[in-house]
Design a protein around this ligand. Structure first.
Ligand code: GLU
Length: 589
């Protein structure tokens, strides 16, 4: 990296200084109950400022990555070019969240054509996978046991999706997009506070168990500390191959063989992923899912992502209420919001899966008449009650999904100089994925996003494992357009199944409460996944506990670690926001 680059990086790192007092739990993953393990990995709160610019804006989860994206745009690259450079860099600097061993959903707004394209790079189950693959000795494995090792690894999709989007919208050569990540892998990157913290709390048992991961993440028998400069020669080699030979370098040949061998011969839970599975993987260009919320058009990703359906479901639930009558941190707003959210999550638990694979249209799920029927169940007067799924498909009887997710993942928002935009959410699923590492990158555990039980009380679950199928995802990359069709908001978040709520609440904060994007991101969080109402600890919203209990809510006050990276466009200006709950930074010019 040259001198100018170093200065830039120091500047960005300076923006992201962490307060050491804000560290949360230190429990090991060995802790038994699922809910006791939440919230995991709150690692600090940064003091982020709203960034504004006139030419372009980039917001991502790590300063190195934002810097790489910014540089690509400065060289004349498009939003997708920048997203690829960012993803390559995140593979190195944020290995706990995303990388080339994982999957992603990409929304691309082509400003000249005035058209939105969406690309599905979700992992697929190997051809040899079946509905009972998470069964052991006649019992369904615990989620925690199922995560570690080869069996949970889906065929990674992010590189094929980026390649497909680049062929359609790229401006710079593919080979140039990896330069910064290759250089940084070669000279080393500074371990961030969050990465160091996740290693220190020993969040993933596989990092001890698998030799390549253990030697990469440790130095002299201890997990890497914040500020340690870690080189990653394996990743430099893999990225060089991908830069020179395209995504085929990953999906065919020597690297594909290595990935397959690592999965099949894993010392814990070996899996079935073959070189043929890798060679046959295909990204899918899907139609975006768009609907209207008040005068705005909100567009997201079709299933297997939950984004397009469930974010809209929450918004539509609230549309008939004049939210401006209630403060965004009032018991009234939370009461309404949590009912809308419960309805959305009840439907999601039954109907969101790889619907294209199953030959089911997602359209009935967001049919305006159906949405209004669901919304009519929401009331200010009635106490909070658990929502039941609706009947969007008259002929479909399905069981409730029991997939479980903890909070990780990464979101990238970009607007380039031509006004093209990317909203991309990308993930290896659990922190550090399956714990297996190949050539310096983590392999995902995305197959645990399937329902580990194939049926519920004898009724089949739509999101059951099937060969070559994509697991349901919470990832919700979203774009919002005003009534004249102008792009207004690019938004997305990590956060496991809470992603949907984090995105919906941020949209409401902007559209209904007129907040600037940084304030909308920072605003105290609420979630209700048709279970309990979670209020963000240490915020004004936590004071609502007793008022909400009186309204029938089961309340938990806890950390809610969203990681929203968003851009708002207003009066020709670009405003970038990054979630202070994680390490991201927005920057533009
Ligand atoms: N695996 C999840 C999904 O794709 C995301 C998990 C997370 O945010 O940590 O839906």
């Amino acid at each position: 990296m040259n001198h100018r680059s170093n200065l830039l990086l120091l500047f960005f790192l300076g923006l992201c200084l962490f307060q050491t007092a804000c560290v949360a739990q230190t429990a090991k993953l060995e802790a038994p109950a699922r809910e006791d393990r939440e919230p995991e990995a709150a690692t600090g709160v940064a003091d982020n400022k709203l960034s504004s610019a006139t030419e372009f804006m980039v917001s991502s989860a790590n300063p190195y990555a934002t810097w790489a994206g910014k540089r690509i745009i400065e060289q004349g690259g498009s939003a997708i070019d920048a997203a690829i450079a960012i993803q390559a860099m995140l593979t190195l600097v944020e290995p706990q969240s995303s990388g080339i061993g994982g999957g992603a959903f990409i929304l691309y707004w082509d400003n000249q054509k005035q058209r939105l394209f969406t690309y599905d790079g979700r992992e697929t189950a190997p051809a040899a996978a079946d509905a009972n693959m998470f069964e052991k000795d006649g019992n369904t494995m615990s989620w925690r046991d199922a995560v570690v090792g080869g069996n949970s690894v889906g065929v990674p999709g992010v590189l094929r999706a980026m390649e497909m989007a680049h062929q359609a919208h790229g401006k710079l050569n593919w080979s140039e997009l990896f330069d910064d990540a290759i250089e940084q892998s070669t000279v080393g990157f500074e371990v961030s506070p969050r990465l160091a913290r996740l290693l220190a709390i020993d969040i993933h048992p596989g990092l001890h168990a698998f030799v390549e991961s253990a030697s990469y993440f440790k130095y002299q028998d201890d997990f890497l500390k914040e500020g340690f400069v870690r080189q990653n020669k394996g990743l430099a080699k893999a990225l060089t191959g991908i830069a020179n030979e395209g995504a085929d370098y990953f999906y065919t040949g020597e690297l594909a063989q290595k990935i397959s061998d690592t999965v099949r011969f894993a010392s814990i839970n070996p899996g079935s992923l073959s070189t043929k599975d890798l060679a046959q993987y295909q990204a899918v260009k899907r139609s975006p899912m768009c609907g209207f919320y008040r005068s705005y058009k909100v567009c997201g990703m079709a299933p297997p992502s939950s984004g397009g359906v469930s974010v809209m479901h929450i918004l539509k639930g609230l549309e008939r209420f004049d939210l401006s009558k209630y403060a965004p941190d009032s018991a009234e707003f939370v009461h309404l919001y949590s009912q809308a959210s419960a309805l959305a999550y009840a439907d999601r638990a039954h109907f969101i899966a790889d619907l294209a694979f199953l030959g089911i249209s997602p359209v009935p799920l967001v049919n305006p008449r159906y949405m209004n029927e669901r919304a009519s169940l929401i009331s200010m007067q009635k106490p909070w009650t658990k929502a039941k799924p609706g009947k969007p498909y008259s002929a479909l009887s399905v069981g409730k999904d029991n997939a479980y997710e903890l909070s990780n993942t990464s979101h990238i928002s970009i607007v380039d100089k031509q006004g093209n935009a990317v909203s991309m959410t990308t993930s290896v699923e659990f922190m550090f994925g399956s714990g297996l590492m190949v050539d310096g990158f983590m392999l995902n555990n995305q197959l645990t996003d399937f329902s580990l039980d194939p049926d519920r009380d004898g009724v089949p679950v739509l999101n059951r494992v099937e060969a070559n199928k994509r697991p349901r995802s919470s990832m919700s990359p979203t774009m919002v357009f005003d009534k004249d069709g102008n792009l207004k908001l690019i938004v997305g978040s990590p956060g496991g199944s809470r992603i949907i709520s984090y995105v919906a609440q941020t949209i409401i904060n902007v559209l209904d409460y007129g907040m600037d994007i940084q304030s909308a991101i920072e605003f105290p969080r609420i979630t209700n996944r048709n279970d309990y109402t979670a209020l963000e600890k240490g915020t004004s919203i936590a004071n609502l506990e007793s008022a909400l209990i009186k309204k029938g809510h089961d309340v938990q006050v806890r950390d809610l670690n969203s990681g929203i990276h968003a851009i708002m466009i207003k009066d020709g200006k670009l405003y970038g926001g990054a979630d202070p709950r994680r390490e991201g930074v927005a920057a533009g010019r």
